[in-house]
Design a protein around this ligand. Structure first.
Ligand SMILES: *[C@@H]1O[C@H](CO)[C@@H](O)[C@H](O)[C@H]1NC(C)=O
Ligand SMILES: *[C@@H]1O[C@H](CO)[C@@H](O)[C@H](O)[C@H]1NC(C)=O
Ligand SMILES: *[C@@H]1O[C@H](CO)[C@@H](O)[C@H](O)[C@H]1NC(C)=O
Length: 360
């Protein structure tokens, strides 16, 4: 079975069409990028070069709403209009194919099982396209998003596209309101999340040791992947791989999920390469954090004190068509939390939630 990536199709078209700004290299193609330098071998662009090697990827370099970001809790604002996210599986289990793409562990639901999300910050219904795992070579890092400068051992990203406006992911990814990504941090524990346990048990994960390996999984319940909380943090950002389109609404769930140390170890043993090439661990497949700039980070976590709103937030609220603008470097236009308020929020959450939320 070989992997057919929608994104490759569109990129290749793009590259053929945009010959004017094309760099000299002949290696230019959709997959010609990497997260880290290879010690020996030819040049492959790492994140700081993504936007420079391919004109179709210039948002990676010059974009103003890039992802991932460092979530600084002092910059979050409480938005009481944020409703809980709705997950709609039709009450059915799902099948999907798990891939080693050489860059990520990826699970794609089969087309017969439609899973969608709506509500929360989303003005449309978004269909699940892909589940992607990012993880580190050490426990201290591995997530793409950071929380107050701190990384987590891993991050699961559930990538959805706007099925109300667009016919497929390829089209949606480059279009306004195209993508919604639910992000869940991964931590280590004795017991693992039921959904991840299906993907990461030894019998399964070892089927995708090498690039292009694929393995079919059945009877998955996507609801098992979600931790038990309605709290989240949301902001407007981008896709975290080239071409870095700024079409993604990010929803970071305020509670991690868990995998065992052994499962994390199995992930680190996956190779970026085909079996006949040198072993290169897939770990540390993360893009560095990007500047927040003029963006708001909103949350439905109710701090004890409700801060002032972003100036134009209210008018935009009904449809969320435009980013709220607030200057987070200047406390006068955007509310921020004092240390005291933060600790109040933490203790409130700690008492409510069974397993520790992120903020707490
Ligand atoms: C969302 O998914 C459910 C269950 O699969 C389905 O019944 C519903 O029609 C979907 N919503 C949209 C807008 O497609
Ligand atoms: C996605 O949808 C667009 C517009 O309907 C269509 O032109 C394109 O061929 C589709 N791409 C794939 C990969 O299905
Ligand atoms: C947020 O919390 C405060 C203090 O507990 C409470 O007075 C207020 O009603 C809450 N707001 C919402 C929208 O839940």
């Amino acid at each position: 079975m070989h992997v057919v990536w929608d994104i490759c199709v569109i990129l290749q078209t793009y590259i053929i069409c945009t010959s004017s700004g094309q760099p000299i290299t002949s290696k230019l193609d959709a997959g010609w990028w990497a997260y880290k330098d290879v010690v020996q071998g030819s040049f492959v662009p790492v994140p700081s070069f993504w936007g420079l090697v391919n004109s179709a990827w210039n948002l990676c370099a010059i974009g103003k709403r890039q992802s991932p970001i460092d979530i600084e809790t002092t910059h979050m604002i409480f938005d009481p209009y944020l409703t809980p996210l709705r997950l709609n599986t039709g009450g059915r289990k799902m099948g999907g194919t798990m891939y080693n793409t050489g860059k990520h562990v990826s699970l794609r639901p089969d087309k017969a099982h439609l899973v969608n999300i709506s509500g929360g910050p989303l003005g449309y219904s978004y269909r699940l396209e892909e589940i992607r795992l990012h993880f580190g070579s050490e426990d201290s890092h591995g997530s793409e998003h950071l929380l107050n400068g701190q990384g987590f051992p891993g991050e699961v990203q559930l990538i959805h596209y706007n099925q109300d406006l667009y016919t497929n992911y390829t089209e949606a990814a480059k279009s306004p309101h195209g993508v919604a990504v639910v992000s869940i941090f991964i931590k280590l524990s004795e017991n693992s999340n039921a959904f991840l346990n299906r993907m990461l048990n030894r019998d399964t994960i070892t089927r995708i040791n090498y690039k292009h390996d694929a393995f079919l999984l059945m009877g998955l319940n996507i609801a098992d992947l979600y931790p038990d909380t309605t709290r989240y943090i949301t902001y407007e950002g981008s896709i975290t791989i080239p071409p870095c389109y700024e079409t993604a609404t990010w929803i970071l769930i305020n509670k991690p999920i868990y995998v065992t140390q052994m499962q994390m170890h199995s992930l680190r043993l996956l190779s970026q390469n085909e079996p006949y090439k040198i072993f290169l661990s897939m770990s540390d497949n993360t893009r560095p954090t990007q500047p927040l700039l003029q963006r708001c980070i909103r949350t439905n976590i109710n701090f004890s004190k409700q801060g002032r709103d972003c100036p134009n937030n209210r008018a935009l609220r009904p449809q969320y068509r435009v980013n709220p603008i607030c200057d987070v470097t200047d406390g006068s236009t955007c509310s921020s939390l004092t240390e005291q308020e933060k600790s109040a929020m933490f203790s409130q959450l700690a008492s409510e939630e069974e397993r520790s939320p992120l903020l707490g």
